[in-house]
Design a protein around this ligand. Structure first.
Ligand code: GLN
Length: 714
């Protein structure tokens, strides 16, 4: 019988580095060649048509038929000239991945390629099988996709992709993109109003985002030999290797040739799609890497990240590699996150978090801290997933307790304000009154990095480090923009009230900020987010520490959340409740797949190998004894392995019984039971027994590729 693991090792060792075809040495020669954004549209249509599209992006105005026809014609000409035969509305249903259904441009009746404006703008895909959380009845399953003109079109293989939102027949959103667009509108309104207190010429504020994406690579053959990897994205078993990341020698190390070749290859594809990939490096865990594009307007950045994840996986295949995007593919090693670098930028080019020392900057900084203080639970809920639960709280990933890290300079400054009640800035030699006029730049470059902080100020932006590597960033970004929008709205109201009561504008701003600094102090934390002291202190400060998704998701449907989502038009109550239902169901389903996969691997792969080994030992020990040789060592091993076999069998049976017992529970109770009575009760026990067997059973018999092989053989 062939051992899948051993043949995988052979295959992995026989691989060679594939060469990469780079279109040109100069990236500018091919950057964006497979993308059709506003710049290309501008060149392809009349001024009038272009203006109407811009107007529709800015005001949400409906596009008239003539404009839509003109855009569709220009788009089709561009795409067909590039060898494209099909088009698709590309959308982001609640499954978590992107969705596409290709249609041909070719009209067989007329014998020509055609693309109608109405098809560009709206489609009704037969999309009844996407999760809807109870919004749609099966017999009223119509759903519509609608073009998002603010995100560029792009070509994948021979298909033109049109970024769209996805809504139900009743107009409720059923996707990730639409709420983000709505939250963008909310932050634009609220932040513009506040920015105008300082600069009346500001007309618009948009949020920008740069997403660092971490991932693992393993050889395709190992992946194929591990059902846990291809069914659940993570290793459900695997003993710790002698060498993991103890030496930190992988981090920023020289990139292995096969990996480098893969990186260049997918980067070329990403660059052609207009994704501004910028940075690549080895991450901390062996086999782990990172790619980071330059920041972009938030909606584009989210689409590009989703698209890039898809491109990476497709390109990896050519290199006989598999990309693991799961937050924790390997226990005991660093997991993978998305670090979302978020900022707010005015239409006249000011980054509102750029600390060019002024009250203008402080207003946005303090309001963001305050928003995090009041709405920390909603942010926690927005990053909750079955896979992120494994990552949070260890190995350089933030804990489940939300807090804000500012660095020493700003912390000292805010502490001083709190102590004195005055908004003054302390430099080394003097206190300086912080007026509406500029103050000397805060020296933020002495800000340390804190890898244990979920939300860190990094000089001119905030980094939400808690987002999971598989996650669509749209939800956490929609939530962040919504809560900051709400906070800024309240700030504007408080300042106006003071001004109306006769307080001078600057003084009014200062007074409100001082109050906020005091009120929001509890969310600021500079120390070690993993320490037990922090857990205790956070509890004393009233901060939540919800480690399990089954409970953290509830934060998104609290009265507070429903109210603020509805007020800013991001989710109506039906929409957020539907998402809660979908996400709870996904949580329970994924755990159920993990549980079943564990049992399957344990019973059908691990136990046969362990039993074969015991059989061999028994035979050998018996022969040894018949020759009068003491076989105590073998007998001890036989007992140990047999004991572990029993443990595997008993735990598997108990887990199956519990799975069956809780099966009938209704959705919410079922998700909670999957968390408490399956995951917490059985997973570690079963894993420990199997991992102990891995350390005892004959290496030649062991069926699953080992950590050392998957991490180091590339
Ligand atoms: N060096 C790093 O930034 C590591 C981050 C870590 N991998 C995470 O899960 O977020």
């Amino acid at each position: 019988m062939t051992n899948l693991r051993l043949s995988a090792v052979e295959k992995a060792l026989a691989r060679f580095t594939k060469s990469v075809e780079v279109p040109s040495k100069k990236i500018s020669d091919y950057f964006g060649e497979n993308s059709f954004g506003l710049d290309k549209l501008k060149a392809a249509v009349t001024v009038d048509v272009y203006k109407k599209v811009i107007d529709s992006i800015e005001t949400g105005a409906k596009l008239d038929d003539v404009t839509a026809e003109a855009v569709a014609a220009a788009l089709k000409d561009w795409a067909v000239a590039k060898g494209v035969t099909h088009y698709t509305h590309w959308f982001q249903p609640l499954t978590g991945s992107s969705a596409e259904k290709h249609d041909s441009f070719f009209d067989s009746l007329k014998g020509v390629e055609r693309f109608k404006g109405s098809t560009l703008v709206q489609q009704e895909p037969d999309a009844s099988s996407f999760p809807n959380g109870g919004i749609r009845q099966t017999n009223a399953a119509r759903g519509y996709t609608g073009w998002d003109p603010s995100s560029p079109f792009f070509i994948v293989e021979e298909t033109l992709c049109i970024p769209t939102i996805f809504v139900s027949y009743t107009g409720d959103t059923l996707d990730y993109k639409a709420p983000l667009l709505k939250a963008q509108e909310a932050i634009n309104k609220a932040a513009t109003k506040v920015a105008q207190l300082f600069d009346p010429s500001v007309q618009n504020v948009s949020s920008s985002l740069g997403i660092e994406q971490e991932y693992f690579l393993v050889d395709k053959a190992f992946f194929a030999a591990r059902p846990d990897l291809y069914l659940t994205g993570r290793t459900l078993f695997g003993a710790a290797p002698a060498k993991g990341q103890q030496l930190d020698d992988h981090y920023f190390g020289s990139i292995a040739p096969r990996v480098y070749s893969f990186m260049r290859d997918f980067e070329v594809e990403a660059l052609k799609l207009g994704i501004p990939v910028q940075t690549r490096h080895n991450e901390v865990a062996p086999g782990q890497f990172e790619v980071a594009p330059l920041f972009e307007e938030i909606n584009k950045a989210v689409d590009h990240n989703l698209l890039m994840m898809d491109v990476m996986q497709k390109v990896a295949d050519k290199h006989d590699l598999k990309v693991l995007l799961h937050e924790k593919p390997f226990a005991g090693l660093n997991g993978s996150g998305k670090h979302n670098n978020w900022s707010l930028i005015t239409d006249n080019g000011r980054n509102l978090f750029d600390p060019e020392g002024s009250l203008y900057f402080l207003t946005f900084l303090v309001n963001t801290i305050k928003a995090m203080h009041v709405y920390a639970d909603m942010v926690r809920g927005s990053i909750a997933s079955v896979s992120n639960d494994h990552r949070l709280g260890a190995n350089e990933a933030p804990p489940a307790i939300m807090s804000v890290f500012l660095g020493q300079t700003l912390t000292d400054f805010l502490d001083k304000v709190e102590e004195t009640g005055e908004l003054v800035y302390s430099t080394e030699d003097a206190y300086m009154e912080l007026g509406i006029e500029r103050i000397p730049g805060l020296k933020l470059d002495n800000t340390d990095r804190n890898r244990t902080s979920p939300f860190a100020f990094t000089g001119n932006k905030f980094e939400l480090r808690a987002v999971g590597s598989t996650q669509n960033s749209a939800t956490p970004m929609a939530v962040l923009n919504t809560v900051v929008a709400e906070q800024l709205t309240q700030f504007a109201e408080s300042v106006s009230a003071k001004i109306e009561a006769g307080t001078d504008k600057e003084e009014a701003i200062r007074e409100v900020l001082v109050a906020y600094i005091k009120e929001s102090k509890a969310i600021r934390f500079e120390g070690d987010g993993y320490s037990q002291e922090w857990v205790e202190e956070a509890e004393g400060r009233g901060l939540s520490n919800e480690k399990d998704t089954a409970r953290a998701l509830k934060f998104l449907v609290s009265d507070q959340a429903k109210e603020v989502f509805a007020k800013h038009g991001v989710f109506n109550t039906r929409e957020i409740e539907a998402r809660y239902n979908v996400w709870m169901e996904i949580y329970a389903t994924k755990l159920s797949i993990e549980a079943t996969t564990m049992v399957d691997i344990a019973l059908t792969r691990v136990l046969p190998a362990a039993s074969t080994y015991v059989g061999k030992l028994v035979e050998t020990a018996a022969s040894a004894k018949s020759l009068g040789i003491d076989a105590e060592g073998m007998v001890t091993t036989i007992k140990e392995v047999s004991g572990l076999i029993d443990k595997v069998k008993v735990t598997s049976s108990a887990m199956i019984a519990d799975l069956e017992r809780i099966e009938e529970l209704e959705e919410e109770a079922h998700a909670i039971a999957m968390c408490d009575e399956i995951k917490h009760k059985h997973f570690d026990t079963l894993r420990a027994a199997v991992d102990s067997l891995e350390k005892l059973v004959d290496d030649a018999l062991w069926p699953l590729p080992k950590y050392s092989e998957m991490l180091f053989l590339k």
